[in-house]
Write a protein that binds this ligand. Structure first.
Ligand code: ADE
Length: 420
């Protein structure tokens, strides 16, 4: 059978298959769901268009949806995060139409998004919202065909909630990011490890003894700050939210304004979801040799346009490392063109944590297939029973047993008379 798609080289499929299988060994929850889906076929007759980072972990999610009976197609959610061998295996081995080539320009990136939408999906699965936004701006005639969507990431959920508030959201979307078994693990441990991995792979600098500035103390920022502290860095946190700033201070980090931190940092990592977190006022005072990386979804956190305007020359000094020459013989280094360093310079979050995120994705698709008729055009959290089931399954696959309430304890929690 010839499977449609656009990948760099189908000759890479065998390497991709081995890597996908390697990741699958670390995804036991998804494996269990896949086995059940194979028997029960809960997604039979459902067409799903997915716009996700094309990694080995995503390949295992696609296999799971297909095992459940869905007709699935995949495109990339970022021009620099595609693993070409994985994309090849998806098409050639797993027979899943895939449109993803690492390093595409914006034009081909959107052609790929349109290719999966041409398949007239009933469910959209996004990481960052590019499918939803293409549907709502350029392909509105398809909105009525869609029974629901899912969104993987913080950035995408913020945009969806803004659409919901303005009354323009055209169908129900499940916010995968809001599940505890997603953001408390993927965002914290996943981003913590993979951002560090990307920075180390691309620069090979010693972290011990460096001053690392982490911009943003959400779950991702917490993960990054803790992992860099663990390798011996002196970590500074910058924040705009007073409560988060206080937490960072009481977690033992130095907290200061971005402008002050800019003078101290050797390595800067943005994880805020907002734009121009590092900009001209910061570049002006940074030390010679400062390294800048972004681990937020879009490449807007570092204001590269003003860095370019301030610099007399630019050159690639290593793979994924661009040098900007500034006045006074200072050099600033930007990793992966300011795109997500964890996926562009490394392989994204490890499979073991994506196991939970993608279990939520799979079970939420099943939930949408069953419940779409009664849903509003709103953003829905992952149902609590799914979230808890993912936690239970993960613990079970880790061989961890936990306690249950005794009858006496359950009764105590339901009454109010017993006091001092
Ligand atoms: N987002 C972060 N890491 C990822 C991974 N390994 N696969 C898919 N999406 C991701």
């Amino acid at each position: 059978m010839t499977v449609e798609g656009d990948v760099r080289d189908q000759g890479l499929a065998e390497e991709g298959r081995l890597r996908v299988e390697w990741a699958d060994r670390q995804m036991p929850v998804l494996q269990r769901i896949r086995e059940r889906f194979e028997k029960e076929q809960p997604l039979e007759g459902i067409t799903i268009a997915a716009c996700l980072h094309v990694t080995t972990e995503t390949a295992n999610l696609m296999r799971t949806l297909k095992a459940g009976g869905a007709d699935v197609a995949l495109c990339a959610s970022n021009p620099l995060s595609t693993q070409d061998p994985t994309a090849a295996a998806l098409v050639a081995t797993y027979e899943i139409p895939t449109y993803a080539i690492r390093g595409v320009d914006d034009d081909l990136y959107y052609k790929h998004i349109n290719a999966v939408l041409d398949r007239r999906p009933m469910i959209s699965m996004d990481d960052g919202g590019d499918l939803v936004f293409t549907l709502h701006s350029k392909r509105t005639e398809q909105l009525a065909e869609i029974i629901g969507g899912t969104e993987e990431t913080t950035t995408g959920v913020i945009r969806l909630k803004a659409m919901e508030a303005k009354g323009v959201l055209g169908y129900p979307v499940v916010s995968i990011n809001d599940a505890d078994t997603k953001h408390l693990f993927d965002n914290r441990y996943g981003t913590g490890q993979s951002a560090m991995d990307g920075i180390i792979r691309s620069t090979n600098v010693l972290i011990a003894g460096k001053t690392v500035v982490v911009c943003g103390y959400g779950q991702c920022g917490r993960g990054v700050a803790n992992r860099f502290r663990g390798l011996g860095a002196s970590v500074i946190v910058t924040e705009i939210d007073p409560t988060r700033a206080l937490e960072a201070a009481m977690d033992g980090f130095r907290v200061m304004s971005g402008h002050e931190a800019a003078r101290h940092g050797d390595i800067f990592i943005t994880v805020t979801g907002n734009k121009h977190v590092l900009r001209d006022v910061h570049f002006e005072v940074m030390k010679d040799g400062a390294i800048l990386a972004n681990a937020g979804h879009f490449d807007i956190e570092i204001d590269l346009r003003s860095l370019r305007a301030m610099s007399s020359s630019q050159r690639e000094v290593r793979h994924e490392v661009t040098e900007f020459a500034l006045e006074g013989d200072r050099k600033i280094y930007v990793l992966s063109e300011g795109r997500l360093v964890n996926l562009a310079a490394a392989e994204g979050h490890p499979a073991s944590v994506m196991d939970m995120s993608f279990a939520n994705q799979s079970l939420s698709c099943e939930w949408l297939a069953k419940n779409h008729a009664s849903l509003e055009k709103s953003v829905y959290p992952v149902p609590e029973d799914i979230d808890k089931e993912v936690a239970r399954l993960k613990l079970d696959t880790m061989g961890v047993r936990i306690d249950e309430l005794t009858k006496e304890q359950s009764a105590y929690l339901e009454e109010w008379q017993e006091g001092t």
